[in-house]
Design a protein around this ligand. Structure first.
Ligand SMILES: [Zn+2]
Length: 296
């Protein structure tokens, strides 16, 4: 079971969230049958969304991240609720690229691309959602999220994300993330200490591989501060699709398009893009949806 914790320094200056998202990413890999590099890219997006969702602090709020850097993976989407549970999708899960020649790692930056946009939508379940958009910097995702917070929300943030995929058996995964934010009450000396800590911080997957817990990771990032754990909770890959939601989505099409969905047997199949669950609709159901559509 994956876990997340949120911590704050006792002086109230810095907040940190850390997650072990190993099972979440392994589930995403199984559902979408992702290659190694696609697993890393989608996994980093899910890990970031999970932490950003948990930071929303409102029961029915959600965050949607969408990145498209013009690379061969296409668009990658990750949606998380305020409990940190999330789901995601990727246009081209099968794309595989050679390892990055300079560091020997999965070339997420090249697979995502760096000519495009990262969009962040925060929906608090009422009113208009908050939408922010920044240009993709490197396509490595953590750097892009950090840039988003600085450019769009003016919150100094450090985001570290890691997905380690075993070279021989890509089902062997280790994944996690850390987000640290400087709060409005922080002192200059807090920021200086934090920068020192960040400079010495090892990659998230190195820390996890050493057997460090998410608490250890937060302590390491907040070394020299007294900190308290705000909360701790399980997170996982969860899809909340239902036939009703699928029908609502279909009803947004034109009546003509809805009726054309039926195959020769009179049925239409709609597949959820996040969990691959298939919903079957009869001709009668399609006709009812077409009626709703034409009344709009
Ligand atoms: Zn689903």
């Amino acid at each position: 079971m994956d876990r997340m914790i949120r911590c704050i320094t006792t002086n109230g200056g810095i907040m940190a969230a850390a997650v072990d998202s190993t099972y979440m990413v392994a589930t995403a890999q199984q559902i979408h049958n992702t290659s190694a590099v696609a697993t890393a890219a989608l996994g980093r997006m899910l890990t970031a969304a999970s932490m950003m969702g948990a930071m929303l602090k409102k029961a029915d709020a959600s965050v949607t991240l969408k990145i498209n850097g013009g690379g061969p993976l296409g668009s990658i989407i990750a949606i998380a609720d305020s409990n940190g549970n999330c789901r995601g999708s990727i246009d081209h899960p099968e794309v595989e690229l050679p390892l990055n020649p300079t560091n020997g790692k999965l070339d997420v930056g090249k697979a995502v691309g760096h000519n495009g946009l990262l969009g962040v939508m925060r929906d608090f379940g009422e009113g208009t959602p908050y939408i922010g958009q920044v240009e993709v910097q490197s396509g490595e995702i953590a750097e892009d999220i950090t840039h988003y917070y600085a450019a769009s929300e003016q919150v100094p943030t450090v985001c570290a994300l890691g997905v380690l995929v075993d070279k021989r058996d890509i089902r062997q995964i280790l994944a996690g993330g850390l987000i640290i934010q400087v709060l409005p009450g922080a002192f200059e000396s807090d920021i200086a200490q934090l920068e020192k800590n960040i400079a010495q911080l090892e990659p998230v997957t190195t820390m996890l591989a050493k057997g460090m817990s998410i608490e250890d990771m937060c302590k390491k990032a907040l070394e020299g501060f007294e900190m308290e754990i705000l909360d701790e909770f399980p997170v996982s890959y969860v899809c909340n699709c239902s036939k009703e939601r699928v029908e609502r989505a279909i009803a947004t099409l034109s009546a003509e398009d809805i009726l054309s969905l039926a195959d020769e047997t009179g049925f239409a199949e709609a597949k959820c893009q996040y969990c691959n669950h298939t919903y079957k609709l009869s001709r009668q159901e399609l006709e009812e949806l077409a009626k709703i559509s034409s009344q709009k």
